[in-house]
Design a protein around this ligand. Structure first.
Ligand code: 13P
Length: 255
């Protein structure tokens, strides 16, 4: 059985006071028997959030990491540093990193490898733009993004990894993929992995991300290959985020 996972990606939002309050509200609202919950805080607040969630079931995640472990890389933050601050997960290859900061498929694969080297579980993001979807290239794009990671890393490294399908056109737009659209691509991702290793594919958690909210989470999470959610703006509101977690808890009972 795949344990559902709900990850909040706070992106570059908040203050020390607001993120610690948010983390505290989420940690105290998480019920036993629900999904795994990961909070991907801005790097500078990881330590503060770690203190607040200590002793709770909520886990800490980061939003990005360097492909290097240490050295003269001004401004970068390494996987070992994230681990040192208590992070267990790290988002890799978010479309905002690819699109705004020019991260290539090759760099994303290197970052995935860097995360595995230090024992962080990568949440690797894949997804097409609207133009790519309209051109019928969704599967080709997702395949290229994922295969670049698989080819550099051994498939065994996917054992603890997570894949997030985040169609770029659904991020921050209020335009969510339909449950059927999410399921179609996520089944494709699982089949791609299964063509190499059925067991790893069966255990792989594949999240959907892109305008997930309390009012659409249940329908998305009812899909066979939607094992959880990567939540952006709705994760900045503890009440809304906890409702999404409750929708994922229902999935725990279905399975
Ligand atoms: P929104 O939920 O704000 O659309 O963001 C999704 C996302 O990018 C999560 O990583």
């Amino acid at each position: 059985m795949r344990i559902p996972l709900v990850a909040g990606n706070w992106k570059m939002n908040g203050t020390r006071a607001s993120v610690t309050a948010l983390a505290g509200a989420i940690a105290s609202g998480c019920k036993a028997g629900g999904p795994q919950v990961v909070l991907c805080a801005p790097a500078i607040y990881l330590g503060a959030v770690a203190e607040v969630i200590a002793g709770s079931s909520v886990m800490l995640g980061a939003q990005n990491l360097s492909d290097q472990d240490a050295g003269a890389y001004t401004g970068e933050i390494s996987g070992p540093m994230l681990r040192d601050m208590g992070a267990r997960y790290v988002i890799v290859g978010h479309s905002e990193r690819r699109r705004i900061y020019g991260e290539t498929d090759a760099l994303v694969a290197e970052k995935f490898e860097a995360a595995r080297r230090c024992g962080l579980a990568p949440i690797v993001c894949v997804g097409e733009t609207l133009a790519e979807r309209e051109a019928g290239a969704t599967q080709a794009v997702v395949r290229r993004q994922l295969e670049t990671v698989i080819n550099l890393n051994k498939l065994a490294e996917f054992e603890d990894a997570v894949v997030a399908y985040e169609p770029v056109w659904a991020i921050g737009t209020g335009r969510t993929a339909t449950p059927a659209q999410a399921q179609e691509v996520q089944a494709f991702v699982r089949a791609l992995v299964a063509s190499r290793d059925r067991r790893i594919a069966d255990g792989l958690r594949i999240l959907y991300g892109g305008s997930v909210r309390a009012d659409n989470a249940a329908a998305l999470l009812a899909q066979a290959d939607v094992d959880g959610a990567l939540v952006g703006s709705a994760s900045l509101d503890a009440g809304e985020f906890l409702m999404i977690c409750a929708a994922a808890a229902a999935r725990v009972k279905i399975k």
